[in-house]
Write a protein that binds this ligand. Structure first.
Ligand code: NDP
Ligand code: MG
Length: 377
């Protein structure tokens, strides 16, 4: 039985994790749940259905109200408290932004397995996480479709035999459209062609920052050089990534676009088990696999991510925080879509880099980015 702490239970990844638990009560059990507090009724229903031992809710008012409905459940003070219970074996980190970092660190320090959907955590705090992995029995398995594809292609292979890794991208809604990025509306950006996800990651897909984040994620998780990581637009989103070896052979991973397949594989410690979502790839529905180069002049976020990753130190944490604020400003209607890379680039240029030593350093970077975040007309 896998005993799970699920952080971000009401989101896109969170609800798909709950689907797996719901359909397999003999395999998975929810121990703790965490939410921000955006949807009172949804949270109430989830708590009623899964009856966790403890819950964290960031929004104070929502928490106070829910306490009245669930007097027997413990309501926790901090997000990281959700992972500390002895019986928890797996922590699914499905919150957005840097909020995932502290609970991930605590989970690894307590020898738990972290199923990490929240890629920002490894991008901002990769060096801290790698250090903990060396000295504990904690494990980290990505629950992102591209890293999990690469992990499968690399099973039993030697890293030295890799020539290139091809990271595929759907390209988002605009990769092949000649439209004015100054005038793009939020609704258009949120129309992802192949995946249904939370708002932030959907916008990151449209700017290609999500792919840039994944480039850094791959470097951090598998120690593959940036020069060997190539991004290809693959509009069918069928091949989730490929690895080319020095002998010219290329392995790829294909599956239906259903994160439950990814989550199940990650939760099972990359062991193959019966597909619980019962969705299988149908080749008759796709009559071609296409690949295109990224137009890096139009989609500048990709190179910003490569640059930040190659420079290392605190640059990647600045990238995450700057993107978080720029995307929020776009959602709030304070900036146009085209300003997102501009703002991030300005902040990266202004930043004086240093080596990240602890989580406080990352919190200080968030503060610095907030202070320096200026919207120019
Ligand atoms: P959503 O926006 O759909 O969900 C985010 C979840 O996190 C919600 O449950 C939200 O609660 C909760 N949350 C946000 N902030 C906090 C906080 N401070 N404390 C506690 N809970 C919090 O996001 P997604 O599920 O789409 O994405 C989650 C992560 O997974 C992201 O990092 C994303 O990049 C990554 N990812 C997502 C994929 C997908 O298919 N969606 C694919 C690969 C990676 P509430 O509902 O109350 O606001
Ligand atoms: Mg992905």
């Amino acid at each position: 039985m896998k005993k799970i702490a699920l952080l971000g239970a009401s989101g896109s990844i969170g609800s798909q994790t709950l689907d797996l638990v719901r359909s397999n009560p003999e395999k998975y059990q929810i121990e703790t749940l965490a939410f921000k507090g955006s949807n009172f009724n949804l949270i109430k229903n989830i708590i009623s259905e899964f009856n966790p031992k403890a819950v964290y809710i960031k929004d104070f008012k929502v928490k106070e109200e829910l306490i009245l409905f669930f007097p027997k459940i413990e309501f926790l003070e901090n997000l990281k408290d959700c992972v500390l219970f002895n019986e928890i074996s797996h922590v699914v980190v499905a919150v957005t932004g840097n909020f995932g970092l502290e609970p991930t660190i605590k989970a690894l320090e307590n020898n738990k397995t972290v199923v990490l959907a929240n890629k920002e955590t490894i991008i901002s705090g990769g060096c801290l996480i790698k250090d903990i992995l060396k000295r504990t029995k904690g494990k980290i398995i990505s629950a992102d479709s591209e890293p999990i594809a690469i992990q499968q292609c690399l099973k039993n292979e030697n890293l030295e035999k890799i020539r290139n890794v091809y990271l595929t991208a759907s390209g988002g809604p605009f990769w092949n459209k000649n439209i004015d990025f100054e005038k793009v509306k939020l609704e258009e950006v949120l129309c992802h062609p192949t995946w249904s996800m939370g708002k932030k990651i959907t916008i990151d897909c449209a700017t290609l920052m999500n792919k840039g984040f994944e480039v850094i994620e791959i470097e951090q998780l598998f120690d593959i050089n940036y020069e060997q990581i190539k991004v290809l637009i693959h509009p069918q989103s069928a091949i989730h990534s490929m690895v080319e070896f020095i002998d010219g052979n290329i392995l790829s991973q294909i599956a239906v676009n259903d994160m439950r397949i990814v989550l199940q594989y990650a939760l099972n410690g990359t062991e193959r088990k019966e597909n619980l979502s019962n969705k299988f790839f149908d080749f008759s529905l796709i009559n071609k696999f296409e690949f295109f180069e990224v137009d890096k002049k139009r989609f500048r976020c990709l190179d910003l991510a490569y640059d930040a990753g190659k420079k290392g130190q605190s640059y990647t944490a600045v990238l995450v925080s700057a993107d978080e604020l720029a995307v929020k400003a776009f959602i709030d209607g304070r900036i146009s879509f085209i300003k997102i890379p501009e703002i991030i680039e300005t902040l990266l240029e202004k930043h004086s880099p240093f080596n990240i030593r602890d989580i406080e350093d990352i919190k200080n970077i968030e503060k610095w980015v907030k202070k320096e975040f200026v919207i120019k007309p």
